[in-house]
Design a protein around this ligand. Structure first.
Ligand code: 0X9
Ligand code: ZN
Length: 411
């Protein structure tokens, strides 16, 4: 090959490599926790978020409650200077987001073949999750899977039904409605593993209940966190004229749709979508919940270690609040007993923040499910969404124990 042809070929290859690795990176990005103590300080933090386009890792924004923000290196000095000047307490939780992401990606070996059985030491791509589902379906008489919907990009939203036969009361568990909350799908797999293990506890539970487990409620978003942007939250539907993608499926339910804690901007992380149930992900949950009429509804998120009851769209409490609060308390006690992990529990609007259009409010109000819980799993921000894979197992263990105790406590 002549030198210039060679050079052109090399350039072409370099170009292709650059395209292939055009993932969003977070070199030098930090996650800081700010705790404004007055409403003036809250205003200041709001201003900084807007001014510097800071990504909210947690969304709480009220006096005396801390909030985790990701700060790009270019804004770090300015943000810190302003916070110090106005005496807003701030601590650095993650010093280099990309370093943590790289560390985790390094641990992810590409397997020679798709896994057919559980492995709680690592996070899985969607095809691995579904291959594991296929594996249990083949090996266990207890599991059948069904497709609850198909996403914008054409991926199936699958549900594993665990039943020892007959038709029993149903327990619903969905995971991964937010793409970046990786420990959530991993926990659904752990729960599925436990329920199909043949243990005496599993047998006891399956004598009374059928479980419907949706391990990845937002497959397009989840895959995007593996390929393009590890901290992506929403689905991947393009909306609006600014080239933004994604509706937050947990703002898209018909529970005070468009109310507090939602945004009508398609570029926002909490975009509620054009109309209630405009999205395949919320439709899939709605349709399969309605057709199976569960007794209890669990939706698993991360992070912050919370066990939340309705409502998120109002500070008013539902009619059976005391009963849901009681059962949440039993769940949290059992969860804490396993590894000492502390959870706060109570109604969404008070425990975290107001957020309308959420699935658990819809489950309670519209589907009439008397126990509708939204859980925020580990941790409290040391790793946040980037929870190391060696915490998958303990997270699964404690969450399963909490859910089982809540099931046993429900009337
Ligand atoms: O904001 C959310 O959707 C959840 N928190 S997260 O950090 N995982 O995004 C909380 C959901 C609470 N439920 C309702 N608002 N209905
Ligand atoms: Zn979430």
């Amino acid at each position: 090959m002549e030198a210039h042809t060679m050079r052109a070929a090399v350039l072409l290859l370099l170009g292709l490599a650059a395209l292939a690795s055009a993932a969003t990176t977070f070199h030098g990005y930090r996650v800081v926790s700010v705790t404004p103590s007055t409403s003036a300080q809250v205003k200041l933090v709001k201003f900084l978020i807007k001014r510097h386009g800071l990504e909210e890792w947690t969304h709480t924004l009220k006096p005396r409650v801390s909030m985790d923000l990701m700060v790009p290196p270019s804004s770090f000095r300015a943000v810190l200077k302003t916070l110090y000047k106005h005496h807003v307490p701030v601590t650095i939780k993650i010093n280099n987001v990309q370093a943590l992401i790289d560390e985790q990606m390094k641990q992810h070996r590409v397997l020679d073949a798709l896994p057919r059985s559980f492995d709680h030491t690592r996070y899985h791509r969607l095809n691995e999750i579904y291959s594991i589902l296929d594996g249990v379906e083949t090996d266990s008489e207890l599991v059948t899977t069904y497709v609850a919907g198909t996403t914008y990009e054409g991926r199936d939203i699958r549900v594993a039904k665990v039943s020892s036969g007959g038709s029993k009361e149903v327990i619903w568990i969905d995971c991964g409605i937010h793409a970046r909350e990786w420990v959530s799908p991993a926990t659904c797999l752990y729960i599925l593993d436990q329920l199909t293990s043949g243990s005496s506890e599993a047998t006891r539970l399956l004598d009374s209940y059928d479980f419907h487990i949706m391990p990845s409620a937002n497959p397009d978003g989840y895959e995007y966190t593996w390929t393009d942007n590890r901290i992506w939250r929403k689905n991947r539907v393009p909306y609006g004229s600014l080239g933004c993608h994604g509706t937050d499926p947990n703002r898209n339910f018909d529970s005070d749709f468009g109310g507090p804690g939602t945004s009508n901007s398609p570029c926002s992380d909490i975009y509620h979508g054009p109309s209630a149930f405009s999205e395949k992900e919320s439709q899939a949950i709605r349709d399969s919940v309605i057709s199976h009429n569960p007794k209890m509804f669990f939706t698993l998120h991360s992070y912050s270690q919370l066990w939340m009851t309705p409502y998120g769209y109002t500070h008013n409490l539902p009619a059976n609040y005391n009963e849901q609060y009681r059962v949440a308390g039993v769940g949290v006690d059992a969860l804490t007993a396993v590894h000492g992990t502390r959870f706060v529990y109570g109604n969404i609007a008070d425990v975290i923040y107001m957020a309308a259009g959420g699935s658990s409010d819809w489950a309670y109000d519209s589907a009439g499910i008397q126990y509708a819980f939204a859980l925020e799993l580990r941790d409290t921000g040391n790793y946040g969404f980037l929870l190391p894979p060696d915490q998958i197992l303990p997270t699964g263990e404690e969450t399963f124990a909490g859910i089982v105790a809540a099931i046993d406590a429900a009337k």
